[in-house]
Ligand binder design. Structure first.
Ligand SMILES: Cc1cc2nc3c(=O)[nH]c(=O)nc-3n(C[C@H](O)[C@H](O)[C@H](O)COP(=O)(O)OP(=O)(O)OC[C@H]3O[C@@H](n4cnc5c(N)ncnc54)[C@H](O)[C@@H]3O)c2cc1C
Length: 311
């Protein structure tokens, strides 16, 4: 049977999370990998998906009902073709996690969430207890509906493939929900889950003003994404979408710099797979030092500006 990957896209471009999900799809060793681009006027995104290495076919479903990514409509689009597939993989992004459970429920199968490894076509690994244990899950369901933790899989090459593009009938609006509005934070900085470098600040920053004053110049110098601990977010120092961790974003950049972050397990759950971790903390006992490749025992209000100056 064949594997279906549900593309994450904005109708014009395919988001990087799709590339990692394609790698997971290939690892399922269950035959060809197809990619569904469910969108509105999304021919450009479909063309990009067709160039991803390892993709055999792109299913392009175009419908005005798919303009705003309403989960009810996207789920219906997936279900319209689900019968052809043994595995249906979504990136474990907000979008993927919104649609996958609806698809699993309608197919009457168990969803396999947040996989980090494919052991065999029916057996997968996934972290549990905030990443402190890895569960090996075997599924006997005919269709495996899976969300993929993108940091667990390398990105497939963006270019190099030449998949055929097949047009599928787009679904009609389910009428179950309607799009009201969207508030998007505009930032020139790279998006956290795609950033190669992330600098994160914690409760130690003490205020929103200090968070910006101290952390933003470092992020700008390094062309990095800006992250935060939950304590910093809860205190209002940083917006919610910057939160890294178990209940925030899961990231694995090349370089993660944590300043004034203690290293609670819930924070580590979101960043400990980063390639190189640098911790700046004035407490030598701070748990963040146990995962850090480089630790600087220092006051961040001195160390971070010095670092910016040196860069
Ligand atoms: C269910 C659940 C889910 C959670 N999810 C998340 C999550 O997704 N992400 C997350 O981050 N947390 C999460 N938490 C919260 C987590 O347990 C911690 O409370 C939080 O991560 C602490 O944030 P912090 O390290 O910024 O603050 P603190 O723990 O208060 O640490 C501040 C650190 O700054 C250091 N410091 C202070 N002043 C300075 C200075 N001038 N210079 C240098 N260092 C200094 C201190 O030594 C200390 O280590 C969750 C908790 C629960 C229960």
């Amino acid at each position: 049977m064949t594997v279906l990957v549900i593309a994450e896209h904005d109708h014009a471009t395919v988001k990087p999370a799709t590339l990692n999900t394609v790698t997971a799809g290939i690892a399922c060793q269950s035959g060809d990998v197809h990619v569904l681009v469910a969108g509105a006027n999304a021919a450009e995104a479909a063309a990009q998906a067709a160039r991803i290495a390892g993709v055999a076919k792109v299913i392009a479903a175009d419908s005005a009902a798919l303009t705003d990514n309403l989960a009810e409509n996207v789920a219906a689009q997936v279900l319209a073709i689900a019968g052809n597939y043994s595995h249906i993989l979504f990136p474990a992004t907000a979008n993927g996690k919104n649609v996958a459970p609806r698809v699993a429920a309608k197919l009457d199968v168990a969803q396999i969430s947040d996989i980090t490894k494919v052991v065999s076509p029916d057996t997968f690994e996934r972290p549990i207890y905030a990443g402190n244990a890895i569960a090996t899950v075997q599924s006997a369901d005919a269709t495996k509906v899976i969300t993929v933790r993108t940091t667990g899989f390398d990105a497939a090459a963006k270019e190099g493939g030449s998949a055929a593009i097949e047009n599928a009938q787009g679904v009609a609006d389910s009428g179950k929900s309607s799009f009201v509005g969207r508030e998007v934070t505009k930032s020139a900085r790279p998006e956290l889950t795609a950033a190669k470098i992330i600098v994160s600040g914690g409760r130690a920053l003490g205020s929103a003003e200090k968070f910006q004053e101290v952390m933003a110049p470092l992020a700008d110098k390094l062309n990095a994404g800006l992250g935060a601990s939950r304590a910093a977010v809860d205190a209002g120092y940083a917006p919610n979408d910057l939160q890294v961790g178990q209940t925030g974003k899961i990231v694995a950049p090349q370089l993660y710099i944590a300043a004034g972050i203690s290293g609670a397990i819930q924070h580590l759950a979101g960043m400990k797979d980063s390639k190189v971790i640098v911790a700046i903390n004035k407490d030598p006992e701070a748990p963040i030092f146990s995962v850090a490749d480089y630790g600087l025992e220092a006051d961040l209000f001195t160390a971070v500006p010095e670092l910016v100056k040196a860069l």
